[in-house]
Design a protein around this ligand. Structure first.
Ligand code: PLP
Length: 408
């Protein structure tokens, strides 16, 4: 186990970081969109296809047993990492599917017309649209908890919203993908619980930034995507509390999720199988297990401290640039810097940076209501992972200086 944070050694684990684009070495600063993959994950997937590929569930030959045990092991690694039990870990395609599962299976069957779901201004569309679909289907209401100027949640306003007896569910992001705000979910979940409100935490952006202890957070549901945490795309997890999952109907029907089927009537398997119809993304689950094992072997506190140092360096460097505004300055924010520059469209900023080998993202980041609240249509966003370096941040600042000079 690595006990201190050795950046060079960590960077060596991620082969793509050695690549060059446009004649410049890659500075990958788009980690909030997706993360790069370490050899441990790439090798686990290649090994699965080279040596052990078979379908899972019910295979009685040795090859299938190997796949089955790798799949079971992955679920156990993830459950242990989150401090929950394997029956509470449902494999899904990603955060989006996880939130849709909660909306369609839990909210659609447990909420009634007039009940209220509370979201926040900073939510990703993946945590807005599933509830809007339930609204159309059942007549629930959606209310929005506002944010303060620095991008943190207005906690008083949230409590006032939660005080309404019709509020039945609160769904909010742990970390905002656009602002970097880290919501104090332990306290917020406790406040919701006091009022009997079911809690859903969108962990898409928090899962890669430090240890997650779901026993401590104590939310009812937690969703994340593998690709944001150094694992493949097309795999993710919905955690749900055992009692709630047991009382939820299937989300989709098909193979591998039943107890007994006749043409007249079907009985379903218990969770998590009840929610995993069809052949699962076995390679994805194995890759996700490998990614979680990989980060489990890092000193996550040291990695988080390194990310915070990068954030501080980037913030200081960008704040000093003329006409540049950083959106989101909540205390303790994650390593995400969203910014605009007077007179330069965010897409032009990204194109200029691309010429320097620097990859950032621009647009509304699937947060159009937040952009509307900020009075802008898009931002440029640099987002850091523990494998980024001070040199890369310095290149970002220098390239932005050059970009601004070009437009003057
Ligand atoms: N929620 C947040 C906060 C996100 O940042 C994202 C992706 O950027 C999602 C949800 C959706 O994740 P996915 O597209 O992997 O399902």
């Amino acid at each position: 186990m690595t006990t201190t944070f050795d950046l060079e050694s960590v960077r060596g684990d991620f082969p793509i970081l050695e690549k060059s684009f446009r004649g410049k070495s890659l500075a990958y600063l788009d980690n909030a969109a997706t993360s790069q993959k370490p050899n441990a994950v790439i090798d686990a997937i290649a090994n699965h296809y080279r040596n052990s590929n078979a379908n899972v569930h019910r295979g009685v030959y040795a090859l299938a047993e190997g796949t089955e045990s790798a799949y079971v092991h992955a679920r156990k690694v993830i459950a242990d990492h989150l401090a929950v039990s394997t029956e509470e870990i449902i494999f899904v395609r990603g955060t989006t599917e996880a939130l849709n599962l909660v909306a369609q299976s839990y909210a659609r069957t447990h909420l009634n017309e007039g009940d209220i779901v509370v979201l926040t201004t900073m939510e990703h569309h993946a945590n807005i649209l599933p509830w809007q679909l339930v609204k159309t289907q059942t007549g629930i209401e959606i209310e929005i908890s506002p944010i303060l100027e620095d991008g943190s949640l207005d906690r008083d306003a949230l409590c006032a919203l939660l005080d309404q007896p019709k509020v039945k569910l609160l769904s909010l992001c742990h970390v905002s993908n656009s602002l970097g705000t880290v919501n104090p979910v332990v306290e917020i979940v406790a406040e919701a619980k006091e009022r009997g409100v079911v809690t859903v935490v969108d962990g898409a952006q928090s899962i890669s930034h430090g240890p997650i202890d779901l026993r401590e957070i104590d939310c009812d549901f937690f969703a994340f995507s593998g690709h944001k945490v150094f694992a493949p795309m097309g795999i993710g997890v919905l955690y749900g509390k055992r009692d709630l999952l047991a009382d939820m109907p299937p989300y989709q029907g098909g193979g591998d999720m039943i107890d007994e089927v006749t043409f007249e009537k079907t009985t379903f398997a218990p969770p998590p199988q009840r929610f995993e119809a069809g052949t699962p993304n076995v390679e994805g689950a194995i890759g996700l297990g490998a990614a979680i094992e990989y980060i489990g072997n890092l000193d996550l506190a040291a990695a988080a401290a390194h990310e915070q140092a990068l954030l501080e360096q980037a913030t200081d460097g960008l704040e000093a640039l003329p006409g540049l505004t950083i959106h989101g300055s909540a205390p303790g924010k994650a390593a995400v810097v969203s910014f605009t520059i007077d007179g330069i469209h965010p897409h032009d900023i990204a194109t200029f940076l691309d010429a320097e080998g620097i990859a950032i993202r621009t647009g509304h980041h699937c947060c159009q209501p937040l952009m509307e609240h900020l009075g802008i249509s898009a931002t440029a966003r640099a987002s850091f992972a523990f494998y980024n370096s001070k040199e890369e941040v310095a290149r970002l600042v220098e390239a932005l200086k050059k970009t601004i000079a070009c437009f003057q």
